[in-house]
Design a protein around this ligand. Structure first.
Ligand SMILES: [Zn+2]
Length: 400
């Protein structure tokens, strides 16, 4: 089967679509020259490296191609013993917590960011790899298995990567696990936010005006989460839960949210200020289906929510796990003047936890009248830790 129908379908999207298909002509040229080995289980990150284009933008393009009926998306489950693809599903709803590898004859558990790979295949009506190719591939796999030489692809698009493409969540909102299943995740970064004194807000402005403010707040939050490769998992009243693939993405989003609300509050009348309390944590969790949406469940999520509850209005509090993440620490060094370490008892969590409140530059100069970050409090409440060189932050608020 030649690739004519496939390239025609993509060419139509490159030419006619209002929204540009990235990287249109480059992708077309690749498709024209592609053979069965290229088009069988396309590894988009690998392809992005080959074409020298961004991995995430190309992944977003392939997700668009799925929506347009040009590509199919496969959830492939690699055996954790031998790395062979032991199971493949078109929909996440067909995935199970455990799978069986026929080559090893063992059962294994699936972890969304470890052995679950997302690959793409041309839609069957446009292109199909031949039976002979598939038979050869199968023989090859059996031989490699015997020699214990099957390797996980590197790089590869993991299930977590796919779930954190905002476009995937927008287009396939109902793409989630079946109700009874759960999938393990090695690491997810969770942000919880809430508005300080939202009940008083409704009381002061009345429902309609307050709702307008809350809508503004959601818009600011959702935009910043999306811009940093995050996904809004759900809203609970005025509170928001968002997830990120990497802790540093979560920290970057938190900074953006903080600065966006500072700017918003400077514009508005003082009574209309929106003070967001934000907490960040990262750790292992399980993914579940709650109300037909992707959701996360477990102690990492509980902890993130509890950490958020220790933040005051306009404050960001991060967990010890975030403070221990190298990329996040680098961002903290660049983005905040100091952090204030505190050991807190969190409801429902047995051991006291070390958390860190971020102190932004300028916070001590009264630019945010409602901010709870004051030099006196910081010194009393915990140990201030300088993060940046004195040259860029003459004296940290907390150190005064
Ligand atoms: Zn196996």
């Amino acid at each position: 089967m030649n690739t004519r129908n496939l390239t025609r379908a993509v060419a139509r999207l490159v030419k006619d679509d209002e929204e540009e298909l990235y990287p249109g002509e480059l992708l077309l040229a690749w498709l024209r020259g592609a053979g069965e080995a290229d088009l069988h289980r396309i590894n988009v990150f690998h392809l992005a490296d080959e074409l020298q284009v961004g991995r995430k933008p190309l992944l977003a393009t392939f997700i668009r191609l799925v929506k347009q009926g040009v590509m199919d998306l496969n959830w492939d489950f690699h055996c954790t013993e031998c790395n062979a693809v032991a199971g493949s599903h078109r929909h996440l709803s067909d995935a199970t917590a455990a799978d069986h590898c026929p080559l090893c004859d063992v059962d294994f558990r699936n972890t969304l960011d470890r052995n679950v790979e997302v690959t793409f295949s041309p839609a069957e009506q446009l292109y199909q790899v031949g039976r002979r190719f598939l038979a050869d591939r199968k023989r090859e796999t059996v031989a490699l298995h015997a020699a214990k030489q099957i390797r996980l692809p590197d790089p590869f698009v993991s299930g977590m990567d796919c779930l954190h493409v905002p476009l995937f969540r927008e287009m396939f909102e109902s793409e989630t696990l079946s109700l009874r299943e759960s999938l393990q995740i090695r690491q997810v970064c969770i942000i919880f936010t809430d508005i300080k004194g939202s009940t008083a807000l409704y009381d002061r402005f009345g429902d309609t005006a307050a709702y307008g403010l809350i809508r503004d707040h959601f818009e600011i939050l959702f935009d910043r989460v999306k811009q940093h490769d995050g996904v809004v998992v759900k809203t609970i009243g005025d509170a928001v839960m968002a997830s990120f693939r990497r802790p540093a993405d979560g920290v970057a989003a938190a900074f953006a949210i903080h600065h966006a609300f500072e700017a918003y509050n400077r514009r508005e009348d003082i009574r209309d200020q929106i003070l967001v309390k934000l907490g960040i944590h990262a750790g292992s969790t399980i993914m579940v289906n709650l109300n037909n949406r992707v959701d996360y469940f477990g102690q990492t999520v509980n902890m993130a929510a509890r950490i958020q509850s220790t933040a005051g209005g306009g404050e960001i509090v991060v967990s010890h796990a975030i403070r221990g993440d190298a990329e996040s620490v680098e961002l903290l060094r660049q983005g905040v003047a100091s952090v204030t370490k505190r050991v807190v008892a969190l409801k429902g969590i047995s051991k006291p936890q070390t958390v860190y409140r971020l102190n932004f530059r300028g916070a001590e100069r009264g630019s945010r009248p409602n901010s709870r970050i004051t030099a006196a409090e910081a010194t009393v409440a915990g140990t201030p830790v300088l993060l940046s060189a004195p040259a860029t932050a003459p004296v940290a608020a907390a150190a005064r």
